[in-house]
Design a protein around this ligand. Structure first.
Ligand SMILES: Nc1ncnc2c1ncn2[C@@H]1O[C@H](COP(=O)(O)OP(=O)(O)OP(=O)(O)O)[C@@H](O)[C@H]1O
Ligand SMILES: O=C(O)C1=C[C@@H](O)[C@@H](O)[C@H](O)C1
Ligand SMILES: [Mg+2]
Length: 167
């Protein structure tokens, strides 16, 4: 089994599910947002405001390129699917699981945290437009789609392990 990449919109639960899945499988887990923050010593919102979104997208690609080939879970930033090279890198080196969730559920989760520059000061309608514009890219790059709406973290972890025949 190669790398398991978790993709999906902000608030879909990639980071959270990745931690629990890693514990369940006893595999290492890496989060691209956290790796970028560690590497730069800056928070994502600072990177966006100091250098812009484009620079952040380059850092995401660099992070994917640095990954070694050991089995692991990689939880990604919500916009990792925007660059074709990222979609190709993930699909060619692993299994890509798109964590799908209804927009209303995502919106409720996003209200809890202010470290997401693409959501800050945006209306629900504006963020929903972004969500809808990205859906085809999550779908196109996924090898599996797992619906997480109204499911507990444990149910989602079990479902992923079952789909990948890892339990
Ligand atoms: N299945 C779930 N049920 C209830 N709450 C959840 C579920 N999954 C995630 N959450 C909660 O939603 C919030 C967002 O989750 P998380 O940070 O894991 O999302 P993410 O997909 O990594 O987002 P980002 O792309 O911004 O990094 C967290 O507070 C988390 O506890
Ligand atoms: O959806 C996005 O574009 C983002 C999601 C977050 O995980 C971070 O990578 C950053 O806030 C951008
Ligand atoms: Mg995350």
């Amino acid at each position: 089994m190669q790398t398991i990449f978790l993709t999906g919109f902000m608030g879909a639960g990639k980071t959270t599910i990745g931690q629990y899945l890693a514990e369940h499988l006893q595999w290492p887990v890496y989060d691209t947002d956290q790796l970028i923050e560690q590497q730069t010593g800056q928070q994502i919102k600072e990177i966006f405001s100091l250098y812009g979104e484009e620079r952040f997208r380059e850092l995401e690609t660099e992070t994917l390129l640095k990954k070694n080939n050991q089995p692991c879970i990689v939880t990604t930033g919500g916009g990792i699917i925007l660059k074709p090279i990222n979609r190709e890198l993930m699909k060619s080196t692993g299994t890509v699981i798109f964590l799908r969730a209804d927009f209303d559920i995502i919106w409720e989760r996003l209200l809890q945290d202010d470290n997401r520059p693409l959501v800050k000061n945006k209306s629900k309608e504006e963020v929903e437009i972004l969500y809808n514009s990205r859906l085809p890219l999550y779908m196109e790059s996924a090898t599996h789609i797992v619906d997480t709406s109204n499911k507990s973290i444990d149910e989602i972890v079990q479902q992923i392990a079952h789909r990948l025949r890892l339990n």
